[in-house]
Design a protein around this ligand. Sequence first.
Ligand code: DQA
Length: 146
Amino acid sequence: KTVFVLNGPNLNLLGTREPAVYGAQTLTDVQNLCAQAAARHGLALRFHQSNHEGQLIDWIHEAGQLHAQGELAGLIFNAGAYTHTSIALMDAVKGTGVPLLELHISNVHAREAFRHHSYLSPVARAVVCGLGVPGYALAVDAVAQW
Ligand code: DQA
């Protein structure tokens, strides 16, 4: 099976973007962590980042095709700020039925009020937030049990 890891807007800036909030590790470090965790569980990994909402939707649809074939372990998705704005991403998850683990590096509930609402949480099987970059590896561990 395949674990899909999607990253939304500005996550390409990890490492230099607000390091006090998001840490010093880069998206390449995140990808390496995910690859190691996936390999431990015998899962294939698809790992992507885009700043474009439509591209993220297209990848959710691809994850949906794997799901329909019984080949998807789960979708781990850090949608960045689209979490708080995007009905279209929520609809893509709903429409494909992919098992979603919503992930945030920071504890969004301890931050500004506009980060407290998520369009994705109601369609997520699980939510991980505030564990930092190591949260990605733990999320892969969790999805491997689904
Ligand atoms: C984030 C939290 C979001 O509120 C923010 O817009 C991000 C990153 C996180 O990983 O903590 O871009 O999803």
